[in-house]
Design a binder for this molecule. Structure first.
Ligand code: HEM
Ligand SMILES: *[C@@H]1O[C@H](CO)[C@@H](O)[C@H](O)[C@H]1NC(C)=O
Ligand SMILES: *[C@@H]1O[C@H](CO)[C@@H](O)[C@H](O)[C@H]1NC(C)=O
Ligand SMILES: *[C@@H]1O[C@H](CO)[C@@H](O)[C@H](O)[C@H]1NC(C)=O
Length: 313
């Protein structure tokens, strides 16, 4: 008991004093505790009320965080607008359905009133994604804060994002190159429990004989509405649950990159485990999300705290 207590205390001290793991030493759970004590609350309240009027925004915020982190690290680069001499990440064709920019602006405005120049846009995106997951019925977890905002956002950087045409081994490799295990990758793919894809992202599957025949009819019907017609990933697009993995079991994964998780023995057994046990999925998802939230973060003078999330200072 005493040992457990001192271990817990040690871990706590590690978080407060030692920061958070390799390459992110200045980050900590209570980074803003003195400098902006209401930061977390402002993000949570804004996300909560935004999702009350538009629950589909949760998916947009989670996807925004993924795209932010994957390209140039979690540094708010996804938020920057294009300028006369620069075409930003958000112009990429792959940006479709990255949504929630207005919510980030809203939070940033409130935070600038409370504590000017303190809370980075990258941290706002990371907190908003976390709160969107929790508000949709997913796991509740904390993330370290202290990311700085980057100064680069270029459309060509987005071409390295994983493609929906990747097969399981390509996905394992692409995520492996960024430090994620196959288990992390399958858990993170479970974010597709939220939201939709457009026909343009899955129309290559309309003639795929491995797709469940009833599901295939649904896809054809959706695509009769054109390239931008939306199809939910699972039956509960606004609920964070394990139905995405159950859909894979029924050969009803929406993207090729979803269903392919079921065609590889290693990723299949992980996906089966998540379909069977939602708690396991939630546990692994939150761990993988914290890991993703630390991807190539900028600290100290490597970044800045942007005053307007759409523009470098
Ligand atoms: C494994 C590789 C991944 C691929 C190939 C991929 C690809 C895609 C594609 C093509 C869409 C639909 C875009 C559209 O048609 O509008 C999408 C949507 C989405 N993705 Fe992923 N994704 C991947 C991983 C992730 C990860 C790691 C997350 C977050 C942790 C994520 C979160 C989302 C969400 C929430 C949506 C729905 C967005 C909405 O409804 O607005 N994805 N993804
Ligand atoms: C690009 O334009 C912005 C103003 O829109 C300017 O501040 C910046 O220095 C320019 N960058 C380069 C590389 O020319
Ligand atoms: C996404 O990219 C397209 C060009 O491919 C652009 O027209 C659109 O404005 C971008 N969307 C956002 C939200 O920036
Ligand atoms: C996955 O894709 C790669 C690259 O296109 C290919 O070499 C490999 O054979 C594919 N693996 C499977 C199992 O289809």
């Amino acid at each position: 008991m005493a040992m457990a207590k001192s271990l817990a205390l040690f871990l706590l001290m590690e978080l407060i004093v030692g920061g958070y793991g390799d390459g992110a030493n200045g980050l900590s759970m209570n980074y803003y505790v003195f400098s902006c004590p209401f930061a977390e609350q402002i993000v949570r309240n804004t996300v909560t009320s935004a999702l009350q009027s538009d629950p589909t925004l949760a998916a947009g915020l989670v996807r925004m965080h993924f795209h932010d982190c994957w390209i140039q690290g979690c540094d708010g680069s996804v938020l920057l607008d294009s300028t006369k001499n620069n075409t930003a990440e958000k112009e990429s064709p792959g940006n479709l359905s990255v949504r929630g920019f207005e919510l980030i602006d809203d939070v940033k405005g409130q935070l600038e009133n409370q504590c000017p120049g303190v809370v980075s846009c990258a941290d706002i995106v990371a907190m908003a994604a976390r709160d969107a997951v929790a508000r949709s019925g997913g796991p509740v977890y904390d993330i370290p804060k202290g990311r700085k905002d980057g100064r680069r956002s270029k459309i060509e950087d987005t071409f390295s994002a994983p493609s929906p045409s990747f097969n399981a081994s390509e996905l394992v490799r692409a995520f492996g190159q960024r430090g994620f295990s196959a288990r992390d990758m399958v858990a993170l793919s479970g974010a597709h429990t939220l939201g939709v894809a457009r026909c343009s992202s899955f129309k290559n599957r309309l003639s795929d004989p491995t797709v469940d025949s009833d599901f295939s009819k649904i896809l054809s019907k959706t695509c009769s509405g054109g390239d931008n017609a939306e199809q939910p990933f699972d039956m509960t697009r606004n609920n964070f649950d394990n139905f995405y993995f159950k859909a894979l079991q029924r050969k009803s994964g929406l993207l090729f990159s979803d269903q392919t998780l079921y065609s590889n023995p290693r990723t299949k057994s992980i996906a089966d485990g998540y379909a069977k046990n939602q708690a396991t999925f939630f546990h692994d998802f939150q761990q993988a999300m914290v890991k993703m939230s630390l991807l190539d973060v900028k600290e100290g003078s490597k970044g800045e705290v942007r005053l307007d999330c759409r523009r470098i200072n």
